[in-house]
Design a protein around this ligand. Structure first.
Ligand code: NAD
Ligand code: UDP
Length: 324
């Protein structure tokens, strides 16, 4: 076992956060999960509650938090377009005020702190694949800006707390990640297509489906994130963590239909505003500095995700809380 640490995971009840908590608890660390359950539910972490080294707090990171910890993973933020556009002002507050609160805490207790940033900082990219040095093409006043610009501002805050206050930070830029425990109604493409295919509904491809995404399986992502937290102090990022395997959305729809054996038909719906046309991570840096690269191919990851979707009861999930 690695050295025992007190670790805070914000957004720890979410899709990625709950798997991160699981991994850190299994490694023997003292784990505190803080979440306001905006886009998640307790069922994601209920199996951890019996562990003496796991603690769950209902907390909203836009408010200060006073804890003594050695490390913070900041994952708290709605991640699906439908979720983060539900209350865009709150989304921006979560990225900006949440980061300020947590960076202040990390400064006080000299904790190392990692920000879950996103490929959305590249916006609709003109450079392909995207290296970390690319500064992005984001519409600052569009519907996605609350998330994209919020995450960009969070990166700025992380770097300024590092330069100005000596806080030990890490920034990972996560590319589309999927797997079991995605919220079935989050509206993201993998969860939508699998849910639609299993229940025999039409598969909704937005636009022609020529836009691309590169999909990373959640276990690969969690491994990359943990390596970054534990990597050398002279490598604070930002670093891309994602799977370079790039597919059009139409290809994804066809794969999901084939792998579920579904009779669902593909239908086309309007393309949302500012939908990025292409996205693929350049992971040279992660390979060189972290010795990390993804292992799970899309077909295998989809099979595991489809299996999980077949076990859940859709009535156990609800859409984000109104008036949040
Ligand atoms: P998720 O929605 O399942 O998890 C986010 C969690 O944060 C949820 O449990 C939610 O309730 C919580 N949360 C939201 N606002 C909060 C607040 N103000 N205070 C406390 N908790 C709050 O999404 P996810 O896919 O697990 O994403 C986790 C993180 O990774 C997010 O920061 C997201 O931006 C980032 N990310 C994810 C992906 C991906 O493809 N999954 C890609 C890029 C970045
Ligand atoms: N998409 C789609 N049908 C859906 C949901 C999403 O065609 O039912 C498309 C969406 O327009 C985008 C891509 O799939 O081009 C990925 O969408 P998602 O919301 O998963 O993540 P994004 O990468 O856009 O944040």
């Amino acid at each position: 076992m690695s050295q025992l640490k007190r670790i805070l995971v914000t957004g720890g009840a979410g899709f990625l956060g709950s798997h991160l908590c699981e991994r850190l608890v299994a490694d023997g660390h003292d784990v505190i999960c803080a979440d306001n359950f905006f886009t998640s539910q307790k069922s994601n972490v209920v199996h951890l509650l019996d562990h003496a080294n796991f603690e769950l707090i209902r907390h909203d990171i836009t408010h200060p938090l006073w804890l003594e910890v050695d490390e913070v993973y900041n994952l708290a933020c709605p991640a699906a377009p439908g979720h983060y556009q539900y209350n865009p002002i709150k989304t921006m507050k979560t990225s900006v005020m949440g980061s300020i609160n947590l960076l202040g805490m990390a400064k006080r207790c000299r904790a190392k702190i990692l920000q879950a940033s996103t490929s959305e900082v590249y916006g609709d990219p003109e450079i392909h694949p995207q290296p970390e040095s690319y500064r992005g093409s984001v519409n600052p006043i569009g519907l996605r800006a609350c998330y994209d610009e919020g995450k960009r501002a969070a990166e700025t805050l992380f770097m300024d707390y590092h330069r100005h206050n000596g806080v030990n930070v890490r920034v990972v830029r996560i590319f589309n990640t999927y797997g079991p425990r995605m919220h079935p109604f989050d509206g993201r493409v993998v969860s939508n297509f699998i849910r639609q295919a299993i229940s025999g509904e039409d598969i909704t491809v937005f636009g022609e489906g020529n836009q691309t995404r590169s999909f990373c399986y959640r276990d690969d992502l969690i491994e990359g994130m943990i390596r970054m937290m534990n990597g050398p102090d002279d490598f604070i990022g930002p670093v891309n963590i994602g799977n370079p395997g790039e597919f059009t959305i139409l290809e994804l729809a066809e794969k999901v239909i084939a792998r579920t054996g579904s009779k669902s038909k593909i239908v086309h719906r309007a393309l949302p505003a500012d939908d990025p046309t292409q996205r693929q991570p350049d992971i040279t840096l992660a390979k060189q500095r972290l010795g990390w690269e993804p292992k799970v191919k899309l077909d295998e990851g989809l099979d595991r995700t489809i299996e999980w979707f077949k076990t859940v009861s859709l009535s156990d999930f609800r859409a984000p809380t109104p008036n949040y």
